[in-house]
Design a binder for this molecule. Structure first.
Ligand code: WT7
Length: 658
């Protein structure tokens, strides 16, 4: 490749709105028959058996879908299986010596390789250790861990003994950990001493301990020694050393527990409109089938591939597409501990080159960073092993899409822009890479068997090109089954909106705005609720607001998402102080720290703007759209319904003055 950007090529790319799947890709793709869409339509829901058939079942299902108690759908009814069995044991005969996990530490040259046999052994030993500690079927085990191999090992160990896991992202705060453990009544925690970030060893255990101080019940804590330092385990306390526990179980084997298809595999907390995070419940049969099927059909994973998803396992993307989907298919999944810019901005391309990575699945926020750093970094490496590229988490603009396609994929890899959510368990809207043309900026049509529409506020489909609300009209195997111990909130949050009596079906409402074109391609525009998407991570404005109003001296706060070049969206906080409270830099820092303590550094406000009033409607509702416009510096729309229109201009001036 030359150093000079190819001007002619750039110009052609800038114009091009549609891209056919590359011939070389189609020739070898897992799914190439366009008829699959029709087949799913005609044979729905039975066509979903094709997903379940990717797994090994101890007992077959008697019914594909039970919709007798909507919206509490059940999939593969009466089927029995174990997820850890499906991700490990069944591969041992043919692929026992093949690599399951390639773990790459942040420090250069620190790597660990687990073959399927080795991973099986580790999982069995830790499963035995958990049992010994009294963890039984259906006990929720929390993991508060960064990207170290013991995280997927612990997840699979839980799956093996039928204990649902609840993984809390390591970047979340102590308070966030406590809240999730309390909500799930979780009595076991697996955590570690620390991890590396850009060359620095960060403490993690103190944060975990601080969280545990706020948990009202007893907790057994297992600590992994990641940093190899002395202070790992507090021997006076109730902390247990991971290595010691596992050593005691040397060579132990644990028979995988037979689970019902509908038994909970895991819980994952995510942010919603109201204050408390929601415990999304995923099941063993439907979720695992869906993760495996989409890994096969969309990511085109084959057992002999080396596949890399650069997400963190602390989010749903990592659950479905680092752990469960790839391992169910018996492939090699890469797990990277660090950041893309350490030790240098070519780290990811170094990894692709070194490991001959075949598929790369990452986020638009990362692609925007790569673009900004420039093509000289990927150009230092041989990326020709790549066959497919994917993105997830937020809309990708056509310019970033094309940059990814050209400079990473060398115009030879399809790019799948996959829309989905924590709640959907797996991908819902994206092109089938071996079948459909791609349109940069648009995720694509719903996958076969998935039925989505864009509707207006009456629930009627809108015309092509018009914005509306995205809805999913039919259930799918990977869907959440409920919110943990809160069926009522499950119905209210996702199903109420358009499930009006004269319509004969329940409709799932993902809280996203979108539009559709004449080919049925969907462009997702962003959230329509009070959720902010920072670098592909979902944050609830209400959660941030409640942290801010908890600060002494704050009377009221409103938080909105404003556009941000790298992060997609950033957090903007408007704060009214109490009389006598000084509005200075120190107080601003105090507010920022309160947010970091309540949620984590990802929720750190980009700006804290002090104001003496917030724009409200006559009925007293905060006009968030207006605050967003101010954050974005957009022309302000109609403010005539405001109680006090002057306040808007006052805030505007403050923002500009900042
Ligand atoms: C929200 C879900 C899916 C795993 C990562 C995020 C946004 C996700 C796309 C996409 C446009 C997207 C939506 C969605 N989103 N993928 N390809 N194009 N927007 O999971 O934290 O549950 O967030 O992320 O707004 O509702 P999550």
């Amino acid at each position: 490749m030359s150093d000079q950007p190819d001007v002619e090529l750039e110009a052609r790319l800038a114009e091009q709105e549609e891209f056919e799947p590359p011939e070389s890709f189609v020739e070898q793709a897992n799914v190439t028959d366009e008829g699959i869409y029709e087949e799913f339509d005609e044979n729905w829901p039975d066509a979903w058996e094709r997903a379940a058939e990717l797994l090994d079942w101890e007992e077959d299902w008697n019914q594909v879908l039970d919709d007798s108690n909507e919206p509490f759908y059940e999939w593969f009814v009466d089927g029995k299986l174990n997820a850890s069995e499906n991700c490990l044991d069944r591969h041992l005969d043919d692929r026992g010596d093949e690599v399951a996990i390639e773990w790459i530490g942040e420090p250069v040259d620190e790597t660990r390789t687990y073959t399927y046999s080795e991973l099986h052994r580790e999982v069995n030993e830790f499963a035995a250790a958990l049992r010994e500690q009294g963890v039984g079927e259906d006990d929720v085990v929390t993991m508060y861990m960064p990207m170290i191999p013991e995280l997927p090992i612990a997840m699979l160990a839980c799956a093996r003994i039928g204990a649902p896991h609840s993984v809390v992202f390591a970047g979340f705060s102590a308070d966030a950990l406590a809240e999730r453990m309390e909500s799930a009544d979780s009595e076991t925690l697996v955590t570690c001493d620390g991890y590396y970030r850009r060359g620095e060893a960060l403490d993690h255990l103190d944060k975990a301990r601080e969280g545990l101080d706020n948990v009202g019940h007893d907790v057994t804590t297992v600590v992994v020694d990641r940093l190899g330092d002395e202070r790992t385990v507090d021997h006076r306390g109730s902390e247990l050393d991971y290595d010691a526990l596992v050593d005691e179980q040397d060579g132990a084997e644990v028979e995988p527990v037979t689970r019902d298809a509908e038994d909970m595999l895991f819980l994952m907390y995510t942010s919603g409109t109201t204050g408390k995070p929601k415990g999304v419940k995923h099941t063993t049969g439907g979720y695992l089938s869906y993760a495996a099927w989409t890994s096969h059909a969309v990511l085109d994973i084959k057992p002999e591939d080396t596949y890399w998803c650069s997400a963190d396992i602390g989010w749903i993307t990592g659950h479905s597409y680092i752990v469960y989907g790839p391992l169910a298919l018996g492939t090699t999944t890469v797990m990277y501990e660090g950041t893309p810019d350490y030790p240098d901005k070519d780290r990811m391309w170094q990894i692709v080159d070194d490991y001959d990575v075949n598929q790369l699945y990452t986020a638009p926020t990362a692609i925007r960073a790569f673009m900004k750093w420039g093509e000289k970094y990927p150009e230092q490496h041989d990326l020709s092993s790549l066959r497919l590229l994917g993105t997830v988490g937020e809309p990708i603009n056509p310019r970033a899409w094309k940059w990814y396609y050209k400079y990473i994929g060398n115009e030879e890899c399809p790019v799948v822009d996959t829309w989905w959510q924590t709640e959907t368990g797996g991908m819902m809207i994206t092109t089938l890479p071996g079948v459909k043309k791609m349109k940069p900026g648009s995720a694509g049509p719903p996958l076969p068997g998935v039925s989505a529409d864009i509707v207006d506020t009456n629930g009627d489909p809108v015309e092509a090109g018009r914005a509306g609300h995205l809805v999913v009209n039919k259930p799918w195997p990977g869907m959440l089954r409920t919110l943990y111990k809160n069926d009522e909130r499950f119905i209210n949050e996702y199903w109420d909106e358009y499930s009006v009596p004269d319509r004969d079906q329940w409709v799932y409402f993902p809280e996203d705005g979108a539009k559709i074109d004449d080919d049925g391609y969907i462009t997702v525009l962003g959230r329509v609720d009070d959720v902010i998407n920072v670098s592909g991570h979902r944050l609830g404005t209400m959660e941030i607001e409640s942290a801010i109003v908890g600060v002494e001296g704050v009377a009221e706060a409103a938080v909105v998402g404003g556009d941000h070049e790298m992060k997609g969206e950033a957090v903007y906080a408007y704060v009214i102080t109490e009389d006598g409270q000084e509005e200075n830099e120190e107080f601003r820092q105090e507010i920022i720290e309160a947010v970091e303590d309540a949620i984590g550094p990802i929720a750190r406000p980009e700006a804290v703007v002090f104001t003496h009033e917030l724009p409200k409607t006559r009925s007293g509702k905060i006009m968030r759209r207006l605050l967003e416009d101010i954050a974005n510096g957009d022309e302000l729309g109609n403010t005539s319904t405001l109680r006090n229109p002057d306040v808007v201009h006052e805030i505007e001036q403050k923002v500009q003055g900042d």
